[in-house]
Design a protein around this ligand. Structure first.
Ligand code: NDP
Length: 242
């Protein structure tokens, strides 16, 4: 059950992270919320508390490893353990390679891959000591298939799946740490707002997308299974997505 688990969520200021925080808090988890936009985190913490849940937040940039270390410390000092990390923060500025948008490539690698690694690095010392823990990494259907314009984004999401599987193989047997990949298809969030290539943005805008709550429910399922059950991966598409 999610009840009483201490759950860190990166990218909690909107979309999938926010929906997951609300659902897990409703189910009794103790939340540690992280993202860069403080106003959003503060409002979410207040909303959770008004509904009887527990949450703290820390303004966090996942490209800064020391900020993730501080986040894990905040979870430990506030609630006494670090049970679950949801590595959810991510960006998707899609474009074709010939556009040579190197700044966007750098940002995707920094946030989507290195941010996930820094999160893992920050929580593993606590989880290994506890001999229990659960790391949930958000990949994508784009971590299974590549489309024109998704070469770099897909590269980062393929990497997230490889990292999660490596983590599972290294930490499950000896340290009782579970690792889960969540791979959503099109979800209605702010993710597409960062696309600077107008042609691509319009194409994406026409796709039917499901609500972020659908992904939150999948994450809640993985968290809520008994400790001896490791949900390795869940793929979730809108029914209308091929
Ligand atoms: P949103 O844009 O709504 O959320 C992205 C979150 O990431 C925000 O909370 C943002 O917060 C945070 N973030 C971005 N950069 C950083 C950073 N440097 N440090 C800390 N936080 C950061 O999109 P989604 O909810 O859709 O995205 C969540 C995850 O789901 C991503 O990993 C995405 O790739 C994945 N995904 C989404 C799909 C979709 O269709 N929406 C499909 C498949 C996967 P802030 O700006 O406040 O820092």
């Amino acid at each position: 059950m999610a009840e009483n688990k201490v759950v860190i969520i990166t990218g909690a200021s909107s979309g999938i992270g926010e929906a997951t925080a609300k659902l897990l808090a409703k189910n009794g988890a103790k939340l540690v919320l992280a993202a860069r936009r403080e106003d959003r985190l503060k409002a979410l913490k207040e909303e959770i508390e008004q509904l009887g849940g527990q949450a703290v937040y820390q303004v966090t940039d996942v490209t800064k490893t020391e900020q993730l270390e501080q986040l894990a410390k905040l979870a430990q000092e506030t609630y006494g353990s670090v049970d679950v990390l949801v590595n959810n923060a991510g960006l998707m500025p899609l474009s074709q390679l010939h556009k040579n948008k190197q700044d966007e490539w750098d940002t995707m690698v920094d946030v989507n891959i290195k941010g996930v690694l820094y999160g893992i690095g920050a929580v593993l010392p606590y989880m290994r000591k506890q001999k229990s823990g659960h790391i949930i990494n958000i990949s994508s259907v784009a971590g299974h298939e590549v489309m024109p314009s998704s070469a770099v984004y897909s590269g980062t999401k393929f990497a997230v799946r490889a990292i999660t599987e490596g983590l599972r193989k290294e930490e499950s047997v000896d340290n009782n740490i579970r690792a889960t990949i969540i791979s959503p298809g099109a979800v209605d969030t702010e993710l597409k707002d960062h696309i600077t290539d107008e042609d691509i943005k319009q194409g994406i805008g026409n796709m039917q997308a499901i609500d972020a709550d659908a992904i939150a429910r999948a994450i809640n399922y993985a968290v809520s299974e008994p400790d001896d059950v490791s949900i390795n991966e869940i793929l979730i598409r809108p029914t209308s997505q091929k």
